[in-house]
Design a protein around this ligand. Structure first.
Ligand code: 3HC
Ligand code: NAI
Length: 686
């Protein structure tokens, strides 16, 4: 870390260099404080430009320090020191000025930025509120409405929008430092504006707060930070500066140690660890400029939409002309739906479709860079398709399968140049869900694997590397979840109670509602295949429902009954009777919400430990990302592995042993026991 000072006439340029993102570590805070003292004492300096080396302006407080006690100098004191400097400071922003970085910029008298820069207060995304005056200075600069919007969503603003909103004084084209120095010289010739602490803030009337509280609460659901951030802005509007600063700091410090903040920090670092596998450092991915998708059903259309959303042209292949038309219609309905909901304009929707070529002729694939197959989940069909791809595509084209359960090694058997083949497992709806499981075969080359990760970045997805096993990471845990849900029914639970308990835990849907929505037939098909291989999947009740064609909403009933044309689940007498028959002889118990949740969650962590043990996942945190970004596990719970760890692995082990004794779960596996001995998954597997 360095803070260097260079003088250009009467303007001093302070340059921060703390790679990778100039985060405000203790050493950097001290370095900046020293610079402020020194520059105030130097009579030859009339103004100060604060700039950063590397890819970005200061990206915020050092998140890595959050688990430890705060060390002086504290950030609020640094911002206050810059604000009351004897000479005006000008923040010269490139990249991102986020969180504490933007708060330092708010302490400066002026802010200038290159057009590509962005500024924001994303703290709520880490389960906290700004802790260095952001909620107090921002409304004084840009008004309460803008401040509320920015601090409760955490969304950054691009430089041009920030200029319009008054957050930035000038947008500088060309050399940022030269422009900032020039801006400072001009500013010295004019009366200085008040620093933000001395500016007034217009307090909105009660109805504004009432309406805003409702909106923010509805958006935040169970996340604590957005409502607290709103309370901070309100305090800033309704009390004096110092009182509001003290309230914000107190709120920040309280949230910093909260379970939600710990979970969200865990996810922050998990996402970064998953994105850059160390073994691929320095490996160059292949350029992907053109793509194709085989199969225009549920997944193929979603994958094609995701590719088009990222600006890539797509060839969509189907079995025959009629199926091509159906596939294109599926895709069109995705874009039209986005346009109807106002996500994109009708013009953009049309552009997205214009970049799709639908055909049944594989010759159209002769020159594409990447092909993803999403045809029926049938080994013979997939092998036939992949064989045709390997014959028709360029030798360096990357070929991928979206299979859910089949073995990619078997799908690729016999193809020419197998090093270019891998699994790219998207989640439904593929243009929405952020997870991409990346599944290399033995033969997949590092370059092709790196291309999978690069593709995830292009598509704005979270990549997780998964090994080959039945269901990879996510669906393997899903099977356990479903089996546990059935065990709950056999021992006195009801679908309604189980679903309600899991919603209360924070899932968007309970396991039975989710099955009814997705259809019970897919899992039944998969169980049939597993039984043919000699496995013994546990689904006594689901098997009986499928036998009477209760496949879920699409067949008018599954775990619940549905009125024609309705999606509201209603308890089903038929299902209750089947449960009663299957449960005969099984010991019943009284389940409450928390014991139901534990009966599902601890076995998930146990399966996660097995998944780590056999190398299907590289890190416990990867499993968390899979469940969060592929299955709606609440982000603020940090994923099943983090949640188990945060709850105490000893407690999890004891609970699993008790469930196992009652025949309600598998006993804890050896690797979970080992993690419990250490108190953490880290070090054991990661
Ligand atoms: N603290 C510590 N490390 C950080 C960090 C931070 N605030 N922000 C990023 N990093 C690290 C990442 O962990 C990663 O490390 P690695 O290379 O070892 O994996 C490295 O910097 C690069 O990060 P990205 O991969 O995310 O780089 P990108 O170029 O894709 O994105 C970015 C850059 C937009 C700045 C992005 O990193 C980001 O959004 N960072 C977080 C910003 C943030 O949340 N700031 C607020 C912090 S809370 C705060 O300031 C509280 C205050 O109010 C008191
Ligand atoms: P689907 O049945 O909706 O679509 C499959 C499509 O493939 C059909 O349109 C069919 O006409 C087409 N097709 C079949 N054979 C073909 C061939 N030889 N050439 C060209 N097109 C052909 O199935 P869905 O749900 O889209 O699944 C596709 C794949 O994605 C499967 O492997 C499935 O396991 C996997 N998957 C499914 C998920 C889901 O939630 N539905 C989630 C993740 C993966």
């Amino acid at each position: 870390m360095t803070v260097s000072i260079e003088q250009q006439g009467e303007i001093a340029v302070v340059t921060v260099d703390n790679p990778p993102v100039n985060a405000l570590s203790q050493a950097l805070r001290q370095g900046l404080l020293d610079a402020a003292e020194r520059l105030d004492a130097d009579p030859s300096v009339k103004a100060v430009v604060l700039a950063c080396a590397g890819r970005t302006f200061i990206a915020g407080a050092d998140v890595g320090e959050f688990g430890k006690p705060p060390q002086p100098p504290h950030l609020p004191d640094l911002v206050a020191r810059v604000e009351r400097a004897a000479k005006p400071w000008v923040a010269a922003i490139h990249g991102s000025a986020l969180g504490g970085g933007f708060e330092v910029a708010l302490g400066c008298r002026f802010r200038v930025a290159v057009p590509s820069a962005n500024v924001g207060l994303p703290e709520v995304r880490l389960g906290i509120v700004p802790g260095a005056g952001g909620t107090v200075r921002l409304p004084r600069l840009a008004g309460v409405e803008t401040a509320v919007d920015m601090v409760t969503t955490g969304a950054p603003l691009g430089a041009l929008k920030a200029r319009e909103a008054g957050l930035i004084d000038a947008v500088i084209d060309g050399d940022l430092i030269a422009g900032a120095v020039q801006f400072s010289r001009k500013a010295l010739g004019r009366p200085l504006p008040d620093s933000l602490r001395d500016r007034p803030v217009a307090a909105p009337a009660e109805p504004f707060w009432e309406a805003t509280e409702k909106t923010v609460a509805a958006r935040a659901k169970r996340e604590e930070a957005p409502m607290k951030a709103l309370a901070c802005v309100r305090r800033a509007a309704e009390t004096d500066f110092e009182t509001a600063i003290a309230f914000e700091r107190e709120t920040f410090l309280a949230l910093r140690g909260s379970p939600q903040a710990a979970a969200l920090r865990h996810v922050f670092f998990a996402e970064r660890a998953a994105t850059r596998p160390p073994e691929l450092a320095g490996v160059q991915p292949r350029a992907i400029k053109s793509t194709a998708v085989i199969g225009g059903g549920t997944m193929g259309a979603g994958i094609a939409a995701a590719l088009r959303d990222a600006g890539l042209p797509v060839v969509l292949i189907e079995r025959d002309d009629a199926q091509v038309e159906r596939g294109l219609a599926n895709l069109r309905s995705i874009f039209d739906g986005a346009a109807k909901r106002g996500r994109i304009s009708a013009v953009v929707a049309a552009e997205r479709m214009a970049g799709v070529t639908g055909t049944a002729d594989y010759a159209a694939l002769a020159d594409v860079d990447l092909v993803i197959e999403a045809v029926f989940e049938d080994l013979d069909v997939k092998r036939d398709v992949v064989g045709r791809l390997s014959a028709v595509c360029r030798d360096d084209a990357v070929l991928a399968t979206n299979t859910s359960y089949l073995d990619p090694e078997r799908i690729a058997e016999g193809i020419g140049n197998p090093g270019r083949f891998l699994g790219l497992h998207f989640f439904s709806p593929a243009h929405v869900m952020k997870l991409l499981e990346i599944v290399p075969t033995q033969a997949t080359t590092p370059e092709v694997l790196a291309t999978g990760f690069a593709l995830a970045r292009t598509l704005n997805k979270v990549p997780v590397r998964a090994g080959i096993s039945d269901g990879f990471i996510g669906n393997r845990i899903l099977k356990v979840t479903r089996a546990q849900a059935e065990r709950l029914l056999l021992s006195g639970g009801t679908p309604t109670a189980v679903d309600a308990a899991m919603r209360a835990f924070g899932l968007p849907m309970g396991p039975f509602e989710a099955q009814d929505l997705g259809g019970l037939d897919i899992a039944a098909f998969q169980r049939k295949a597993a039984r043919a291989r000699g496995d013994t999947p546990f689904a006594p009740i689901a098997d009986r429902l499928c036998a009477i064609e209760r496949f879920g909403q699409k067949s008018g009933g599954g775990w619940y009954d549905y009125e024609p044309g309705e999606r509201t689940p209603r308890p089903s007498e038929t299902v209750a009777a089947i449960i009663a028959e299957e449960a005969a002889g099984f010991p019943h118990r009284d389940w409450d919400e928390s014991s139901i949740a534990e009966c599902i969650l601890w076995p998930m962590a146990n399966e996660g430990a097995r998944i780590l043990g056999d190398g299907t996942a590289l890190r416990a945190s990867d499993i968390d990302l899979v469940k969060i970004h592929g299955y709606g596990f609440p982000l603020w719970r940090g994923g099943p592995m983090h949640y188990a760890e945060a709850s105490g692995l000893d407690k999890v082990v004891d609970a699993l042993r008790a469930l196992a004794t009652a025949g309600l779960a598998d006993p804890p596996c050896e690797l979970l026991l080992e993690a419990a001995r250490r108190g953490s998954f880290s070090g054991v597997f990661r």
